[in-house]
Design a protein around this ligand. Structure first.
Ligand code: ZN
Length: 279
């Protein structure tokens, strides 16, 4: 499932289609358009061009030259693919095909259909995209500090991993990068967020920044299910350096203990019982 680093990788690639007028739009009638309907999306995109691609947490947000704004969330397996030619490119599991005036194209493919494509404008943003105003500070953009984490955790008794996964607390982290950052900071995922000392928060802040920066540099993580690929079709490479995610039952690279698996906020969670003691 794409998290902040994967969506950031996608965002950077999509800058290649900025400024190209959309001359062709073909959409499925699928639930990826559930928020505003496929017709509304088609009407906004036809004849328009993207002025830039921004990222807010795991959302891609692209203002159009018309004043409207296109937005996407990849959820489980959404994939934007940049095409040299859009001709006959509406393939299986394709939900949106855009053709540009220069003959190139952009396709949104999503075998599971959990992703979302929608448009809004300044007036309708709060109604159509209410999550936008609730998103916590973006962990890939903000300088992450112990003070910021303490403020965002606000004395919560919830498990620290559950708090980090909550996009309203901090945005951009998902299951992979929470497990990796907590391991690097030597913090048990089930510890109440309020139990973290200033030293714990300082280590966690550094770990979050370091893990996310390294993941972006590697183009994100492509897992064995192949659910994330870059817009040029290539894979990310951060999965080869995962230290805990997906490694339960195997030895910890730091101490040799067998990594364990638990569930936090109904997500499978890997951790080292030695490096990440519960107290
Ligand atoms: Zn260990």
């Amino acid at each position: 499932m794409p998290e902040g680093p994967e969506v950031e990788t996608v965002r950077r690639s999509l800058t290649s289609v900025v400024g190209l007028p959309v001359s062709y739009v073909e959409l499925s009638g699928s639930r990826v358009f559930r928020r505003v309907g496929a017709q509304r999306v088609a009407a906004a995109l036809t004849g328009a061009s993207f002025t830039r691609f921004d990222r807010f947490g795991k959302y891609l947000v692209a203002p159009l030259d018309s004043g409207e704004v296109f937005a996407a969330h990849l959820r489980m397996a959404g994939w934007f693919q940049v095409l040299d030619s859009f001709e006959n490119a509406f393939s299986r599991h394709c939900h949106m095909l855009l053709g540009f005036a220069d003959g190139s194209g952009l396709r949104y493919v999503d075998p599971r259909g959990f992703g979302e494509l929608f448009v809004f404008d300044e007036e309708s943003r709060a109604d159509i995209f209410p999550e936008f105003l609730r998103l916590g500070p973006d962990m890939l953009k903000e300088p992450v500090s112990a003070r910021l984490l303490a403020e965002r955790f606000a004395g919560s008794r919830r498990a620290v991993k559950a708090v980090l996964l909550d996009q309203n607390v901090v945005a951009g982290l998902g299951n992979i990068y929470c497990d990796e950052a907590l391991h690097a900071a030597r913090i048990h995922p089930l510890r109440p967020a309020s139990s973290l000392s200033v030293e714990d928060l300082e280590r966690l802040a550094v770990s979050i920044s370091d893990v996310l920066a390294a993941a972006v540099a590697a183009g994100g993580s492509t897992l064995s299910d192949g659910s994330y690929r870059r817009p040029d079709g290539s894979s990310g490479s951060f999965q080869v350096v995962h230290k805990v995610y997906g490694r339960a039952g195997r030895p910890c690279f730091s101490c040799g203990s067998t990594l364990e698996k638990t569930r936090v906020a109904s997500r499978g969670t890997s951790f080292c019982p030695t490096c990440q003691s519960e107290f």
